[in-house]
Unconditional design. Sequence first.
Length: 354
Amino acid sequence: MKTLSHELQSVAEAVAEIIRDESLQPAFAPPQLRQAVLAYPLTGGKALRPALLAWAGRALGGPLPAALRAGAAVELYHTYTLVHDDVIDRDGLRRGHPSAHALMEEEGRRQFGLSHEAAHYGLSMAILAGDCQQSWAVALLATLPELGADPRVTLRLINQLQRVVGPAIVEGEARDIQLPFLPVAVVSEADILHMMRTKTSALFSYCGWAGGLLARGQEDAEVRALAEFGERAGTAFQLQDDVLGLVGSEEKMGKPVGNDLREGKRTLIIALAWARATEAERAQLSTVLGHADASHEEIAAATALLRRLGAIADIQTMAAHYLQDALRYLDILTDNAGVRLLRELAGTMVKREK
């Protein structure tokens, strides 16, 4: 019997093969833009979203080829948001490699001899690369009837992604940008959860729904249950992501820890800790929260404080609760290999280390 890691690897390899298939690629040019477009998709992502979509379809007895191609489209769509997110957050690393804008900045220096204009060149090319990835994702979905998918279902998948999920992700990103400019004390748990559900959970929910719809051909109670499962699993994933952003291994994550503090991100960890902290402890947090030049030692001290206040442990508990809530939505489905894979996948959302 294959383990979950082997099953995930199979999905990741299938998605990579689809993305490498030049017959399914738009004609991206010039070559440097094409390099930026392909950089993230071919550097070994976790393939959680494509797996969720494929296994949701498997849970309802749907065909695998169309689900895998739809999963590849979702992976490209997710990648577009990562490229833009790295620009916004000024992150120089992604999966242990230079982020798209950092890669293009270096290309600008190498190819055109740029100096002070290199950074702007890198940002500009990365934004365009993300735009290309989004259009590629939609184009890939449009090919699903070639694999036997109902054209009406295909149109629904595209419409839902572009009319509902895409705007939700952009809204969540916009709120993530705005919240650090508000005092910590006025940002509520509901504000933060809404930001997470739009920025992160919406795409997970889409994966469950899309896999189910491809299999079933119409929306019913089981397809909706898969969407609800995806949303709650996605929230658990983001809660764990916030934890790893503070206490994870930089080597495993492929990017620095502590950046959420330096950027002043309003996470639930910060909200809980602030509500419990004394004035002296709040002053200590304020020395790093939103300060891009905070030292490693200051970040470590602030993280230790968050631990002492119980905020990190409580968010891990909250993630576990969201996981259990997600799993309940699978109870209405007939138990099979697809459902079991979804249960295992959800478990990794709160146990992962990267």
